[in-house]
Each structure stands twice: as C-alpha cells, then as structure tokens.
Design a protein around this ligand. Structure first.
Ligand SMILES: [Ca+2]
Ligand SMILES: [Ca+2]
Ligand SMILES: [Ca+2]
Ligand SMILES: [Ca+2]
Length: 407
C-alpha cells in the first residue's frame, strides 16, 4: 500500500513538473544571461566573487543601519540582475552655480537627494534654489573590472581637447579630487593632485572602491570603515538619526563587493556574424559613432590575471563629451561642464530591456525608449554623427540598430 502511494506521489510530482514547465516562459538562452563571473578566475577568486554576490543582494533594514535617509535598501534593488535599472530607481542629484562656480549645495544635503527615510524620520527634498537637477538611471555593472584595468595613458591618448584632428569631437577626462582612502595604481596619471574619473555618468568616481563606498553611504545610508559618517537630514536641522554604531559594514565587505563587480563578465555578443549586423557595424564606424564609442581597448596589468592585458569591446572611451543643450541638466561633477557626459559604454545595450521590465530606457535619465530616439538626442560633439544617421536610408538605419542590438 505504502509503495502504491509513493508511486502515486511520484507520478503527481512528475505530472506537476511537466505541466509547470509548459506554463512557465522559456528560460533565457545561456548566452543572453547577463550576470555571472568572468572566465578563468582561480577557485579562490570565484569564492570571493560569490561572497560579494551575496552582499550585493543584501537587503538592509533599520536594524542593519539603513538610512536614516536613503534612496533604496540594496545594491541589487537598483542594479537588477546586474543589468541596467529602471526609471523608478533613478538617483536624483542637484546643485547650483553661484558666481560662475559650481556649488554642490552640501550644506543643504547636496549633491544627492535621499528621498526616503526610516519610520518617523523626514526624507530630503530638492532645495528651491537648486539650478540644476538630474535624474540618473542605474547603469549595468557588468564588465567594469575591464574598464578599471584600462591604463590612464590609453584614455589620455584618446582625448583630443582642442579637436586637433578636426572631426568635431573633443573628448576630455574628468579630473577628480581623490578621497582620503584612495590608493593610486601605478597606471594612474594624476594632474595637479587630481585623478581621471571613469565611473558614473559624469565619470565622477576614480575607481570602483570610491563608487561603491559612495553608493553604500549615499544610496543606502550605510557607513563603512572607509567612510564612517552617516548622512542625516541637515535640511531639517538634524545631526542624529540612526541607532546603529558606525561603521555599519566592514572594509572587508566593501572590498568583497568591489571584487564582485570587478569580476562580473562582459555581456556576451549575439549574432555577430549576421550579415545585417556586420553591415550595421560598418555604418557605425563610417558615420563616426566609433569616434566616442571606441570599439576596442586593451587593458593593462591587473592583479587579477583574467583582467590583465585583454582586448575588450566596450564601445566607450571613458572621456567626457559636450552633448549639446538638450542633454544639459544644469548639473555637474568634477571638472565636467553641465552639458558633458561620459560616453556610455554600449556593450550589453541590446540586453537593456531584459533587466528593465521588458521595455528599454536609454540615456542617463532613461528619456529615450528606442535606440533611434537615443541617437536623436545626441547633440554637441555628436551632431555630425547624428545628422549622418538621419541621412542614412531606412534599410541602413535598420542595419545599424540591428548591430546595436547585437551588443
Ligand atoms: Ca546608517
Ligand atoms: Ca542628501
Ligand atoms: Ca577630434
Ligand atoms: Ca549609524
């Protein structure tokens, strides 16, 4: 009797398994799955990656030190599946010009707005006298270890501040004042004590450590050994607010998350031998999209062998470009102008909508819902390329878009 019940149960389980898998949407093809470690990590490196992965997904509560003011409660709640985020998870930053000098309005809670707070605590609001307000979409965090390993010399080689080759493009690095915990790499080339920024939409962070320490503090309200000072709502005159001793996370945890992000693989290409993809790629180069979205770069030495001296295809130059008045939010960081943005890396752009809830949102604030629209917003140094795109035949435009979707 027992045996029959067991077989019955087994059959039911089998039946449910089969019918369930018919109802569920098909699992994504392995090559379209964004998240995952780079190849060729050592077993120890893979273990460290997985420890960082868990911390990246950790949801902070009030008892862990969340806030008192914050934007969201986990890295992963904005960087969903390590891919591009959604307009619902933008960061808002503000500041103003006074007497021709940029003022990040630190005395009024700037530059970043923390629009949420723990129970009973007031969140921040945008001060009325801010002249520039920007909304930044969470970028994908894949392939960043490779970008971190590109030597400053390579970036400087691509810069053309006076447009000496006359192509209308004059990329410049953003120079950033390092924070006290910054440790320069041998490949860093400082200028007057400042270092080249390469992470963030305005290239406002020199390295992944700075980006991630700042994310813990400004986005989640979590202090660390690197920055032990919590943010309070100084707009409301408050200088206290959470009940958890600082630092709320250790240097080891921050370093694990840095290592996790450093060792996320590059988004894999799809259909790269397709005839339209190849035609689109040629057009991309022909109309000089590649003047900023540089197809190939070579990394320098890295202490992670898998990142060291590798040819990568980020379609980016880590430089700032004046993108014209339409993309100018009147907000800035470092030595960038308000109209200047760091070239958005295009690797993984074809996978954007997978992590954005099914419909894509492009550009720094997600204002473009198609790739054509994203190109249409390009102005300033990118005006020539944009005009040449508009002058392509319908078929050529489509090929260029098909190429972008293969990235
Ligand atoms: Ca806190
Ligand atoms: Ca603030
Ligand atoms: Ca040039
Ligand atoms: Ca605290």
């Amino acid at each position: 009797m027992k045996g029959i019940i067991y077989i019955l149960l087994l059959c039911t389980a089998f039946f449910i398994a089969v019918s369930c898998s018919e109802l569920l949407p098909p699992a994504p093809e392995p090559e379209t799955v964004l998240a995952g470690p780079i190849e060729d990590l050592t077993p120890q490196q893979l273990r460290d990656h997985l420890i960082g992965d868990a911390q990246f997904g950790r949801i902070f509560g009030q008892e862990d030190g969340l806030g008192p003011i914050f934007v969201s409660n986990a890295c992963e709640s904005c960087h969903i599946g390590d891919g591009k985020g959604h307009p619902l998870t933008t960061l808002i930053r503000f500041g103003k010009y006074s007497g021709g000098i940029w003022d990040p309005m630190v005395e009024q809670g700037g530059p970043q707005l923390q629009n949420r707070a723990i129970a009973g605590y007031p969140p921040e609001t945008i001060p009325g006298d801010a002249t520039g307000v920007t909304r930044l979409m969470p970028p994908a965090v894949t392939g960043l270890g490779f970008l971190a390993a590109v030597p400053d010399a390579v970036i400087l080689e691509l810069a053309d501040p006076d447009d000496s080759d006359g192509d209308g493009i004059s990329g410049v690095p953003n120079y950033i004042q390092p924070l006290d915990y910054f440790i320069p790499l041998p490949s860093h080339i400082p200028s007057n004590g400042k270092y080249i920024g390469r992470f963030g939409k305005k290239a406002g962070a020199i390295d992944l450590l700075q980006q991630i320490v700042t994310a813990y503090k400004e986005d989640i309200g979590i202090t660390s050994d690197f920055d032990t000072q919590d943010n309070f709502n100084i707009q409301a005159g408050l200088t206290t607010g959470d009940f958890v001793d600082d630092p709320e996370v250790s240097a080891a945890i921050v370093n694990n998350v840095v290592f996790y992000v450093r060792t996320l693989k590059v988004p894999p290409r799809r259909d790269e031998n397709d005839i339209d993809v190849i035609a689109g790629e040629n057009l991309f180069n022909q109309i000089n999209c590649s003047g900023c979205h540089i197809p190939s770069l070579v990394t320098g030495f890295s202490d992670v062998t898998a990142l060291s001296e590798k040819t990568i295809h980020p379609y980016a130059d880590m430089l700032l470009h004046d993108m014209g008045s339409e993309l100018d939010d009147g907000y800035t960081e470092g030595t960038a102008l308000t109209s200047e943005w760091r070239t958005a890396p295009l690797w993984g752009i074809g996978l954007a909508e997978d992590s954005q809830g099914g419909s894509p949102f492009y550009l720094h604030d997600g204002r473009a819902s198609t790739l054509e629209a994203a190109i249409g917003f390009h102005g300033g140094e990118a005006s020539n390329s944009r005009d040449e795109f508009h002058n392509l035949s319908a078929n050529e435009k489509e090929q260029l878009i098909i190429f972008l979707k293969s990235l």
